[in-house]
Design a protein around this ligand. Structure first.
Ligand SMILES: CC(C)(COP(=O)(O)OP(=O)(O)OC[C@H]1O[C@@H](n2cnc3c(N)ncnc32)[C@H](O)[C@@H]1OP(=O)(O)O)[C@@H](O)C(=O)NCCC(=O)NCCS
Length: 193
């Protein structure tokens, strides 16, 4: 693997919790990418309520109008190794305003495979954030010996599928009941196949 993480990430919690980097969008906007913190609970809830019903449906694969407490608990509680979440926030305060979140969790009986999911606030979609979140998650996952990502995506979610495809991953997919299940290896794309 030729790429090195900007910050050390190991199987322990602390280094991933310290992960942060600046995020430069194609239009010149500078944002901050950092690890999710327990204090981001309200920020995640606010992001959910700022998103359109369509974005929420794409993220959760069904129409939900509010975030059940148990689901919010699960979204906030990450261990930094088998579950990990990165958020995109403004560079300036209020730094607890969350613009986007990308996360993965390792699948219980497949320790080298993690399922990824993303939510980018509508006004910030299609500006490159999802692509950069995917890159960052993949880099951290590789450092945790995760070899594959998987994702469940509504069949009409062409933007999400395009993000995975344009990132250069070799996708395998199967569709069932309106959901496409994608899986792809996290090869270091800088290396020859
Ligand atoms: C899907 C999502 C995460 C993508 O994030 P994003 O920040 O909007 O993605 P990016 O801007 O990095 O890339 C979007 C790409 O899709 C392409 N795209 C845009 N509209 C498209 C369409 N109708 N069909 C196909 N591709 C399209 C864009 O061209 C862009 O490619 P580019 O890199 O050449 O510009 C975001 O739109 C989102 O949160 N959607 C709602 C929730 C969701 O779908 N989550 C996924 C569940 S796993």
């Amino acid at each position: 693997m030729s790429k090195k993480l900007p910050l050390q990430t190991t199987r322990s919690v602390t280094p991933v919790a310290a992960y942060h980097q600046d995020l430069l969008l194609r239009d010149g906007t500078l944002l901050r990418l950092r690890a999710l913190r327990p204090s981001d609970r309200d920020g995640l809830k606010a992001l959910f309520h700022r998103c359109s019903p369509e974005s929420i449906r794409y993220r959760f694969l069904s129409t939900i109008k509010s975030l059940p407490v148990e689901l919010l608990d699960r979204l906030v509680k990450v261990d930094g190794a088998t579950q990990l979440a990165l958020v995109v926030v403004p560079l300036e305060e209020p730094e607890n305003r969350i613009i986007a979140v990308g996360r993965y969790h390792v699948i219980a009986d497949r320790p080298q495979v993690a399922e990824v999911a993303f939510l980018v606030e509508d006004d910030f979609q299609k500006r490159g954030i999802g692509t950069q979140l995917l890159d960052a998650l993949a880099e951290i996952a590789r450092a945790h010996d995760i070899t594959h990502f998987s994702a469940d995506v509504l069949v009409d979610n062409l933007v999400m599928i395009s993000v995975f495809r344009k990132a250069g991953y070799a996708l395998t997919s199967s569709a069932s009941y309106g959901v496409t299940h994608l899986e792809f290896p996290l090869l270091d794309k800088a290396d020859p196949a």
